[in-house]
Design a protein around this ligand. Structure first.
Ligand code: TLP
Length: 342
């Protein structure tokens, strides 16, 4: 089976399994897990923040960030297609009691303009605009990269409005590899950043949240409140330390994604916006075919390729360590056969 559903499906490497087996551990709630402490220190340094926190998932990291930045009733400005709006189960309302202001196209070209329109000036009737959440790379955008220059402009505008800025950087290393720059080029333009160890970096579990010392101290309490105080979790952090050394390999996933995109774009009936294929995600629009995305996905699956429906007529493919170039060629062949069958 060729699994292109997500980069979350990767198997941990042998080096990770060995590191996990040999990890030195302690009770992390007492701050005594030396492997977690090492991971948190390395990550803080890597992303240019004072402090970092290890969490089980990206969703928990985003929610802890929102809890830490906001008060109940505050408003959070973010793209209408962002992961926090779309895939986090309504958690900001459930947990932090905040109101989301989903803005169509916020993560596009006119980010600053859109932010200006969304911001609420102080007024007794209005919710308080408190937090801007960015997402880089932008998952539902097709893995697109917001450049450091674009982030700088929107960050500066947010600061003028007195907003905090959280970056959902689940795939921020994909952005850095695609832009051929240090990850700090991006993370300098946010107050807090979350990134995943468990996506293209192949760790079995784990996400990191980084920010200043006070922010992370408060975030640590929210993590505990959500049940994320994990005791001897150095066994997981050990894989995370190996994952941090795997950022450069993401270039291979990007090249495979482009090869897949080009192959799919040649199939009559499939539309792929090649300029949006900037990292490891490929979105294919099947509107021209007489079927829906779910049926297309099922037919692909029957023939050995897994992908996901991303909208009524939109299909997502994600490349990662466990798919090779020959798998990509096979996936293109299968898509050709499936399209021919409708
Ligand atoms: N994304 C998953 C699904 O939830 C859609 C995927 O397969 O792409 N931020 C972004 C931008 C993400 O893409 C994801 C996961 C998360 C946050 C949440 O991370 P986890 O799955 O660790 O909670």
């Amino acid at each position: 089976m060729i699994d292109l559903r997500s980069d979350t499906v990767t198997q941990p490497t042998i080096e990770m399994r060995e590191a996990m087996a040999n990890a030195e551990v302690g009770d992390d709630v007492f701050g005594e897990d030396s492997t977690i402490n090492k991971l948190e220190e390395q990550v803080a340094h890597l992303v240019g923040k004072e402090s970092a926190l290890f969490l089980p998932t990206g969703t928990m990291a985003n929610q802890v960030a929102i809890l830490t930045h906001t008060q109940r009733g505050d408003e959070v400005i973010l793209d209408a297609e962002s992961h926090i709006v779309y895939y986090e189960v309504g958690a900001p309302a459930m947990l932090a009691g905040v109101q989301l202001l989903p803005v169509q196209g916020l993560l596009g070209r006119d980010a600053v303009q859109k932010l200006r329109q969304a911001y609420r000036p102080p007024d007794i009737h209005l919710p308080t605009s408190r937090l801007l959440c960015l997402e880089n790379t932008f998952n539902r955008g097709g893995g697109t990269v917001m450049t450091p220059e674009e982030m700088k402009l929107v960050f500066e505008q947010a600061k003028e409005f007195g907003l905090s800025v959280h970056l959902d950087g689940a795939r921020i290393f994909n952005a850095a590899v695609a832009a051929r720059c240090d990850v700090k080029e991006f993370t300098q333009y946010c107050d807090s950043v979350m990134f995943s160890l468990s996506k293209g970096l192949c760790a079995p579990v784990g996400s990191m949240l980084a920010g200043n010392t006070d922010f992370i101290a408060r975030a640590r309490k929210y993590r505990k409140a959500l049940g994320g105080g994990m005791r001897q979790a150095g066994i997981l952090a050990a894989a995370g330390l190996v994952a941090l050394k795997m950022t450069e390999r993401l270039a291979e996933d990007h090249a495979n994604a482009m090869a897949l995109a080009e192959g799919l774009a040649e199939i009559k009936g499939l539309r792929v916006e090649l300029h949006r294929v900037q990292t490891n995600i490929v979105l294919a629009d099947i509107t021209a075919i007489d079927t829906d995305a779910q049926s297309f996905v099922e037919e692909m699956h029957k023939r050995g390729v897994k992908c996901v429906a991303f909208g009524p007529h939109l299909v997502r493919f994600v490349t990662h360590k466990d798919v090779s170039r020959s798998d990509i060629n096979q996936a293109i062949k299968v898509a050709n056969i499936v399209i021919g069958s409708f």
